[in-house]
Design a binder for this molecule. Structure first.
Ligand code: COA
Ligand code: MG
Length: 296
């Protein structure tokens, strides 16, 4: 069976302290918005940013964009107030940074339950610490625990580089084992995973290459820092016309009476199994969801 698919090709960060960006976000063609209280906001601006985010999210106007609030890390003096504000303003999800273990998410989930947050309010987890890389499977498994309500991983490659001292090079050869470990952990937990940001936002060529790499890795989408990255990102994370044509072709072939009892067939010189037909159905479902989304 094909799961109902919620496109998360793009997730644009914006500082909660930037009122203009919070307003502009209502007009941008992005799947998800991450309203940030953490890294993008200076310590002296935390309270003001929190108030602005509460009034923006409570005020609505974000249409079918998924609205996510990133709180400060749990061991900072701001986390409690951030959580209370996020519960009050009812976004679609709360993004928890610097998650080290399932216990961190369980703590936040407990607060959500105590604050009577609606079940529709989900948790997203930043995967960006050395502990998170070592505990990825256990953190991903929170996706199977309805009480934790985890629905998405977000790779925090800048923090990961800082904390591990591993370099974030073009091509990301060094980071790839961690990225792929997190993809596997997300899939095992039945949740989505979004790739890290590309800092050089004027370099759209380099950005396109990194989007393509993320898509090849199996990422569902990518986190963005600037509106000019959106179009390139959507192209990379939407099924191509060729992919959809192939998906339809192989599914039509398996539906033929002579193939109904076959597990594998030959198409254009390639072995095609029913699992490929299932993957094709998923691409078709994604394309349909994207098309439906743009009509709203
Ligand atoms: N979200 C929404 N709107 C954004 C935006 C964002 N992330 N980044 C830029 N914009 C808007 C600007 O407000 C500006 O709008 P305007 O023309 O209506 O005034 C327009 O896009 C052009 O912005 P530009 O001048 O090119 O960028 P800048 O120099 O003002 O800002 C950054 C550059 C990097 C500071 C900014 O893009 C940013 O804050 N990005 C997000 C940073 C972040 O959240 N980091 C944390 C996670 S890694
Ligand atoms: Mg960070």
């Amino acid at each position: 069976m094909i799961q109902v698919y919620n496109p998360r090709r793009s997730a644009l960060y914006m500082p909660g302290s930037n009122a203009r960006a919070l307003e502009k976000a209502k007009t941008l063609d992005v799947d998800c918005l991450i309203l940030d209280l953490e890294d993008a906001v200076a310590p002296d601006s935390k309270a003001e940013a929190r108030d602005q985010i509460v009034s923006a999210v409570s005020g609505g106007g974000y249409g079918n964009r998924e609205v996510v609030i990133r709180i400060n890390a749990l061991d900072t003096p701001w986390a409690d107030d951030d959580l209370a504000a996020a519960i009050q303003s009812k976004p679609d999800a709360i993004l928890v940074p610097k998650v080290n273990s399932p216990a961190d998410l369980q703590r936040v989930a407990h607060r959500l339950a105590a604050g009577q947050a609606p079940e529709s309010l989900k948790l997203w987890a930043m995967m960006e610490t050395p502990h998170a890389m070592l505990n990825a499977a256990a953190i991903g498994a929170c996706g199977r625990d309805p009480q934790v309500r985890l629905s998405c991983f977000v790779m925090g490659t800048n923090d990961l580089a800082k904390e591990t001292r591993a370099q974030l090079n073009p091509g990301r050869e060094i980071m790839t084992p961690w990225l792929m470990t997190c993809v596997a952990a997300a899939r095992a937990g039945g949740i989505d995973i979004l790739d890290g940001v590309y800092n050089a936002f004027n370099d759209l060529e380099g950005f396109a290459a990194e989007c393509a790499q993320g898509a090849e890795m199996g990422m569902d989408g990518k986190t963005l820092i600037h509106p000019k990255q959106v179009e390139t990102c959507h192209k990379a994370f939407s099924p191509s016309e060729d992919e959809i044509a192939w998906a339809r072709k192989i599914n039509d072939l398996f539906a033929l009476p002579e193939n109904t009892n076959k597990g594998a067939i030959q198409v254009d010189g390639k072995m095609v199994e029913r699992l490929h037909a299932d993957m094709g159905l998923r691409s078709i479902a994604i394309a349909d969801a994207i098309a439906a989304r743009s009509q709203v």
